[in-house]
Design a protein around this ligand. Structure first.
Ligand SMILES: C[S@@+](CC[C@H](N)C(=O)[O-])C[C@H]1O[C@@H](n2cnc3c(N)ncnc32)[C@H](O)[C@@H]1O
Length: 228
């Protein structure tokens, strides 16, 4: 899949690592916009050893590599953009327990027969795909009582209100070169995500706002839930 027309391709080109080579996995899992703020991998469960984990929208794979290296989890990490997966493979591809795939999240969930203990997304596919369809597809591949955790850009990060209903908001994707291609994004607030999770047979266990020093509004909304 090449996908050069997607704003996410431009994002992958413009955020590519300075050197594409083996990289030590990150010491900590990050959910927000400010490294070190907010929780880490512990929100996924107390022991992750051997857990089957799926990441939707892994980018360069730093969180997936952390979960494999530091927690001995078995992680499948997918991203829409081939180039992101190429970067992730160059950095972490030799790691046993890490499977990296270029695929759209919905397409992957529609085709796979795999069942996971944990599904997560960090500013990834959740929020970028129609939520009710995506959450229902996730629930079909999450074992009973399995964990879903995700963070999304906070809907009030720029002082705007959350969107609700089936229509996405067309918020700009802020690229390093200064361009701002519009991107459809479902900007639900905490109660909106709780309702969508409920409809997908999952129950919300926590809604957390994450901030960033110097920013007036919270920058990330983090949700954890369990499959019923
Ligand atoms: C803001 S980046 C976050 C990447 C990574 N999770 C991180 O924290 O660095 C969003 C990623 O989601 C990917 N993405 C967007 N839509 C997707 C979809 N429908 N399925 C899979 N990945 C998607 C993009 O290609 C991009 O790499």
């Amino acid at each position: 899949m090449i996908n050069k027309g997607s704003p996410w391709y431009a994002y992958a080109v413009q955020t590519r690592p300075a050197s594409d080579g083996p990289t030590p996995p990150a010491a900590r899992m990050e959910w927000g916009t400010y490294p070190g703020a907010g929780p880490g991998a512990e929100v996924l469960g107390r022991s992750l050893r051997g857990r089957r984990i799926l990441e939707l929208g892994c980018g360069q794979g730093q969180n997936a590599a952390h979960l494999v290296d530091r927690h001995q989890a078995q992680v499948t990490a997918i991203d829409l953009i081939d180039l992101q997966i190429q970067h992730a493979r160059a950095r972490y591809g030799e790691m046993a327990g890490l499977t990296l795939l270029a695929c759209d999240a919905m397409r992957y969930l529609q085709r796979t027969t795999a069942v996971f203990d944990i599904v997560y997304s960090v500013f990834g596919a959740i929020g970028l795909v129609e939520p009710r369809q995506l959450l229902a597809a996730i629930a079909r591949h999450l074992r009973p009582h399995g964990v879903l955790a995700f963070s999304v850009p906070h809907p009030r990060r720029a002082g705007a209100e959350a969107s609700d209903g089936p229509q996405p908001r067309h918020s700009p994707l802020r690229l390093p070169d200064g361009s701002r291609p519009p991107l459809p994004r479902w900007e639900l607030n905490g109660p909106g995500w709780c309702r969508a999770l409920d409809q997908a047979d999952m129950r919300t266990t926590a809604v957390t706002e994450l901030g960033h020093p110097g920013r007036e509004h919270p920058t990330a909304l983090m949700i954890t839930a369990r499959r019923n």
